[in-house]
Ligand binder design. Sequence first.
Ligand SMILES: Cc1cc2nc3c(=O)[nH]c(=O)nc-3n(C[C@H](O)[C@H](O)[C@H](O)COP(=O)(O)OP(=O)(O)OC[C@H]3O[C@@H](n4cnc5c(N)ncnc54)[C@H](O)[C@@H]3O)c2cc1C
Length: 491
Amino acid sequence: MVTIVGGGLAGTEAAWQVAAQGVAVTLYEMRPGVPTLVHKTDGLAELVCSNSFRGDKLDNAVGLLKEEMRRLGSLVMSAAEASRVPAGAALAVDRHQFSEHVTRALDTHPLITVRREEVPAVPASTERTPVIVATGPLTSESLSADIARLVGAEHLYFYDAISPIVLSDTIDRTRVFRQSRWGRSLTSAGGDEGLRGRGRRRRREPNAAAAAAGQVPGAACGVDDGQGDYLNCPLTRDEYQRFYEAVIGAESATVHDFDNERFFEGCLPIEVMAHRGVDTLRFGPMKPVGLIDPRTNREPYAVVQLRQDNIAGDHFSLVGFQTQLKFGEQSRVLRLIPGLEGAEFVRYGMVHRNTYVNSPTVLAETWQLRRQPTVFFAGQMSGVEGYVESAASGLVAGFNAGRLARGLTVSVPPRTTAIGALAYYASHADPAHYEPSNITFGIMEPLAQPPRGKADRKLAMSERGLEALATWMAMHGLERRGTSPGPAPAV
Ligand SMILES: Cc1cc2nc3c(=O)[nH]c(=O)nc-3n(C[C@H](O)[C@H](O)[C@H](O)COP(=O)(O)OP(=O)(O)OC[C@H]3O[C@@H](n4cnc5c(N)ncnc54)[C@H](O)[C@@H]3O)c2cc1C
């Protein structure tokens, strides 16, 4: 029997992987009895902010991670597939359908018992009855205190913020244009053009190195990675200047000292970015590169992108626009964006706490506590960042907790796979400067003989990753389960 605490992206995936081995699971979820500051429903695997699982092609690391998860029979991936909404070459979902799919799958599984209770302390565990803690960035206070006691290290706290959502029919369509950055869309994404971009050559941006390292401001909160069908609100220099000044002058709900407040660099609120310099937003979520306004036939000075947020298509989120301005200030400032003058906000941006353990200090590659291997950590709490990464760590933790319960040895895919690289990074990075990470090719084992072109290098990494995964799966007698929704990967 395996006990799992937390019914989010990581906990639900872990439960599915344990049960797939014929082992019984009890999954504890405290909602709806005990709410969190950001969850809105009582559904399992609720997506609290963006509805995007990011890129879905093998030319980026999160695309590879998803493909590996599909092949390992991921519940999160099959639910995402079943609730997919148009988002170009990215995988975005209707959040309600997604959560319903996961909830139904677990509620009806004969080996899984879902209990709606807060767990105040890490439950007792043995080799045959391991525990997985997957309580996420908003872990309840009593459990947080117990985890601090158990891991013997101080928790780290920082602030993230979530993006606002507007009602579709309140967007002024005469002022916006629908387009994918670099012309990448669902129809073009499958072929060579889709993988490499189309039309004009990609210009090198000042923050390209940071982007490659996954450090583009706002990237973790779903900034357009150049792969989607978006509504674009173009701004002239004057409009941008007016907007920038309004952001700088607006009142924040929590932050008063912009120089000394600590934030996660991958998910900066727009006002924090604006306080760093007049052009920071233009090189972050408001970057215009790769977008041509059909009315002027030119690249706008700056752009705000809106992404469809539900299947009905009546909700659009402001991409990468996480903010903690006061609600009244948000409605005033964001209505300065061309096309949003009359926008109705379904949800405002918000501030929240994020809790995670310093994983290189406390966790092994299998996501087990070094000091007490009958306890696993998974999800954001375990020091990864992002929906997909959280589910991926849940998948490996669930796989290994199930094996432990069956009296088998634990095992992790090699560092040449994305899922193995994530586990390696979380357990081996420098603990002195540890920050939760998204998956990037940069944390995978380098290629011995890399091809010369960047695009070819990425595809070679992915091909090698899928081959390595197949070998690892064969070693453990696992059958390939999922299928890729896009063009079939070569491997
Ligand atoms: C506000 C916010 C915005 C984010 N935006 C994005 C984004 O746009 N894109 C992205 O990729 N990632 C985002 N993240 C980061 C991260 O990917 C998500 O938080 C993700 O949901 C993490 O998955 P998880 O399973 O670790 O935690 P969660 O999905 O939060 O699941 C944890 C579950 O544990 C439950 N729980 C907590 N304490 C207890 C307890 N004591 N007993 C029982 N149950 C408990 C909670 O109710 C919750 O359902 C965001 C995080 C936050 C907080």
